[in-house]
Write a protein that binds this ligand. Structure first.
Ligand SMILES: Cc1cc2nc3c(=O)[nH]c(=O)nc-3n(C[C@H](O)[C@H](O)[C@H](O)COP(=O)(O)O)c2cc1C
Length: 160
């Protein structure tokens, strides 16, 4: 299972990214992420009503790990120090990380913090018509990433 990179804008327009394992598709075009409310990412999502979710690849495992252990609450230059770059989305008020291979642009719906709440819920503008082709491409990419990881870990796919 690849990790998700959740990218947002801080108050001053700088970029923040966090690492999230807990995320899922809910229904057509909707995504739910289980994010701790005190993370800088959630503070930014509530303020800007938008975020992007990228899928990290094997080439950026060090950066992905860094985004999961350092908080923008304590390190305002978190993203700058990662050495990665970002471009503003044309659709929403959130950054797209240039180096990650795939990105979902998400509009914030609500933060659920009740007993069975799921954390951040969002929808993807234009996702309805793109859903089938997008899920096919994501499946192929996940399969490819899985092969890469296996190759790094166990050399099982050396002949491919
Ligand atoms: C592999 C991995 C998976 C993680 N998954 C989640 C998650 O699903 N939800 C969450 O709230 N935090 C998760 N975290 C922790 C956040 O990424 C971490 O607390 C981060 O520093 C928050 O950054 P921020 O405060 O800049 O938003 C994960 C960390 C790692 C390393």
């Amino acid at each position: 299972m690849p990790v998700l990179m959740v990218a947002t804008y801080n108050e001053d327009g700088s970029v923040n990214v966090m690492n999230a394992a807990w995320g899922t598709m809910q229904e057509r075009g909707n995504v739910a992420l289980n994010l701790t409310e005190t993370h800088k990412t959630v503070i930014n999502i509530k303020a800007r009503k938008a975020f992007t979710v990228s899928i990290a690849d094997a080439a950026h495992v060090v950066e992905a790990d860094y985004f999961g252990v350092v908080s923008g609450n304590k390190e305002p230059k978190k993203f700058e120090k990662s050495g990665m770059t970002a471009t503003k989305s044309d659709l929403i008020d959130a950054p797209i990380i240039n180096e990650f291979p795939i990105c979902m642009e998400c509009e914030f719906i609500e933060y659920q913090d009740n007993e069975y709440g799921c954390g951040v819920k969002c929808t993807m503008p234009g996702a309805q018509s793109m859903l089938l082709p997008a899920s096919f491409i994501i499946s192929l990419l996940l399969f490819y990433i899985q092969i890469l990881h296996t190759d790094h870990a166990g050399k099982l796919f050396h002949h491919l």
